[in-house]
Write a protein that binds this ligand. Structure first.
Ligand SMILES: Nc1ncnc2c1ncn2[C@@H]1O[C@H](COP(=O)(O)OP(=O)(O)OP(=O)(O)O)[C@@H](O)[C@H]1O
Ligand SMILES: [Mg+2]
Length: 266
C-alpha cells in the first residue's frame, strides 16, 4: 500500500484521530495531515518515530521498498520465531537490493558482511568472530584461540573449481566463526563462490535435511557425500528470486526454523 494508506490503516487499527496520532508521535497535526493527503513523506527521523510507535503497539511498519505494510506482531511470537522472521526479511533484502552480488566473494570479510546483514538487528556479535568454544554432538569446532589463523588459511584456499569451493566451505564450517547463525550465513557465502566461479548456485530446496546434516557431520573426515549432494543440486538459476527464496526456506529448515515462508515476507 502507499504511505498515506498505511498511515490511515494504522490510525484505524489503533482507533486514533489524526490529532491523537500526532500527539503520540510528538509531531505537529499538520504533519500527519500532510502524510495522509499524500503531500509529504516522512523524513528519516519521523519515519523512525513511526516505526517505534508501531512497535510499541505490537505492529511492524514495513516498507518503503515493495510498498508499505503493517504487520501485526503476535505477542506470542517466540524469540526463535522473531529471529527467523527478521533474519529472513534481511536475507531477502540482500537479494532484492542486489547487495548479495556486491559482497566480497570467498573471504571472511564477505562472510561477516552476510552474517551482519542477516543478524545485525538481533545479535550484538553479528559479523564478529566468536570468543567462546563451540561443539555440536561429539564434534568440537575450531578452538577460539586458533580461529584467526584458521580463517586466514581458509581465505587463501582456492575457489577455481567445484571441488575446491566445497573444500573451502567445509573448512569454514569446521572453523564455525560465529557464536550463532553459522550454517545459514555460510550457505549464502558458498553460493556466492559457486555463482562467481561456475555461474551456478545450489538449489537447497532439492537437498533433504537429514542427508545434508549427515553429510556435513561427516565432512571434516570425508567430503565425498557433501560434494555429491551439492553437485546434484546445482542450478543455473543464479538470479532466480523463487529459487533463492525457496533456498532460504530450506536453509532455515535445516536449522529447525520453518514458521515463516520467505515469500510472505517480501
Ligand atoms: N556435527 C557436525 N559436524 C560438522 N558440522 C556440522 C555438525 N552439525 C552441524 N554442522 C554444520 O553446521 C551448520 C549449523 O550448525 P550450528 O547449528 O552449530 O550453527 P549455528 O551457528 O547455530 O547456525 P544456524 O543458526 O544457522 O543453525 C549445519 O547446517 C551444518 O552445516
Ligand atoms: Mg543455530
Amino acid at each position: 500500500m502507499t504511505f498515506p494508506e498505511v498511515v490511515k490503516e494504522m490510525r484505524a487499527h489503533l482507533g486514533l484521530s489524526q490529532e491523537e496520532l500526532a500527539a503520540g508521535l510528538g509531531v505537529a497535526f499538520a504533519t500527519v495531515n500532510r502524510w495522509e493527503n499524500g503531500r509529504s513523506l516522512p523524513a528519516s527521523a519521523a519515519r523512525k518515530k513511526l516505526s517505534d510507535f508501531c512497535l510499541a503497539h505490537h505492529l511492524e511498519l514495513e516498507g518503503p521498498r515493495g510498498g508499505y505494510r503493517l504487520r501485526s506482531l503476535e505477542v506470542t511470537e517466540t524469540v526463535e520465531q522473531r529471529e527467523e522472521r527478521v533474519s529472513k526479511m534481511r536475507a531477502l533484502e540482500l537479494f532484492d537490493t542486489g547487495e548479495i552480488d556486491r559482497i566480497e566473494v570467498g573471504t571472511f570479510r564477505g562472510l561477516a558482511r552476510i552474517h551482519e546483514a542477516l543478524f545485525g538487528d538481533l545479535y550484538d556479535f553479528a559479523g564478529r568472530v566468536r570468543q567462546v568454544n563451540l561443539a555440536k554432538g561429539s564434534f568440537r569446532f575450531a578452538p577460539a584461540m586458533y580461529l584467526e589463523e584458521a580463517i586466514k588459511k581458509i581465505e587463501a584456499m582456492p575457489e577455481d573449481s567445484f571441488d575446491a569451493i566445497v573444500e573451502k566451505y567445509v573448512e569454514m564450517n569446521v572453523a564455525h566463526p560465529f557464536r550463532e547463525g553459522n550454517g545459514r550465513s555460510m550457505r549464502l557465502w558458498l553460493d556466492c563462490m559457486l555463482k562467481r566461479s561456475l555461474g551456478q548456485v545450489v538449489d537447497w530446496s532439492r537437498i533433504d535435511r537429514e542427508e545434508y546434516l549427515l553429510a556435513m557431520e561427516r565432512s571434516p573426515v570425508k567430503d565425498l557425500e557433501i560434494k555429491h549432494l551439492l553437485r546434484s543440486a546445482l542450478t543455473d538459476g543464479t538470479g532466480d528470486r523463487a529459487v533463492y527464496m525457496k533456498g532460504i526456506d530450506a536453509s532455515y529448515r535445516y536449522e529447525g526454523y520453518s514458521v515463516y515462508r520467505t515469500e510472505e515476507l517480501g
